[in-house]
Design a binder for this molecule. Structure first.
Ligand SMILES: Cc1cc2nc3c(=O)[nH]c(=O)nc-3n(C[C@H](O)[C@H](O)[C@H](O)COP(=O)(O)O)c2cc1C
Length: 180
């Protein structure tokens, strides 16, 4: 196993990719060698000691690329330090309240239970009506979802910083500080 960190993401309209890039930026600034890649373009995980996986949420479900990644790599992920995040809810306020208790897709919960991630986060999302197809617009109108970019860069940065702290502590403990 090598010393790199992977931030993998699954997105439909790019909002989650930007969150993943931000997380990658914070980890790199902390001196951690970090790759940020779409989940469907990740080869094997041999080079990575830690994996952050994020997905956009559509109708309560993770994007298929994140589901495939999680399913295909379950065994390896149990041997890595893993952080998971979803990006979705729009509107002001706490994500847990906006999502009425939803914090991870039910279908993938058994895998998450086996992988034992260090943390599972949910971040606010971004809805750009100009990008949506007719059916998506209709669905959002029906549920009166707030429209706009509600991504909270401060909370994303704090979460990523906490990940960096954990990984750097491990480096210090093992005497293998990995510079970018
Ligand atoms: C048709 C549709 C359904 C959505 N369903 C959910 C949902 O169930 N839960 C949620 O939190 N966000 C939902 N969202 C909001 C998206 O998750 C949010 O826009 C996210 O930032 C999109 O990420 P992406 O740009 O990476 O694809 C939905 C958005 C659309 C257009």
């Amino acid at each position: 196993m090598c010393n790199q960190v992977l931030v993998a993401y699954a997105t439909k309209y790019g909002g989650t990719a930007e969150i993943a890039e931000k997380i990658g930026q914070v980890l790199r600034q902390a001196g951690l060698r970090t790759d940020v890649l779409p989940a469907n373009r990740v080869g094997n995980l041999t080079s990575y000691r830690a994996v952050v996986l994020g997905s956009a949420v559509y109708i309560g479900k993770w994007h298929k690329d994140a589901v495939k990644f999680l399913t295909a790599n379950e065994k390896t992920l149990t041997e890595r330090q893993v952080w998971l995040f979803s990006s979705g809810p729009t509107g002001e306020g706490y994500v847990v309240e906006l999502l009425k208790g939803w914090c991870f897709p039910e279908a993938q919960q058994p895998i998450a239970d086996r992988i034992q991630p260090r943390d599972i986060a949910v971040f606010h999302g971004n809805v750009n009506m100009k990008k949506l197809n007719f059916i998506e617009k209709w669905m959002l109108k029906n549920v009166q979802a707030p429209l706009g970019d509600f991504r909270d860069w401060e909370s994303i940065t704090s979460w990523a910083t906490a990940i960096a702290v954990v990984l750097k502590e491990k480096d210090l403990a093992s005497g293998t500080l990995s510079e970018q």
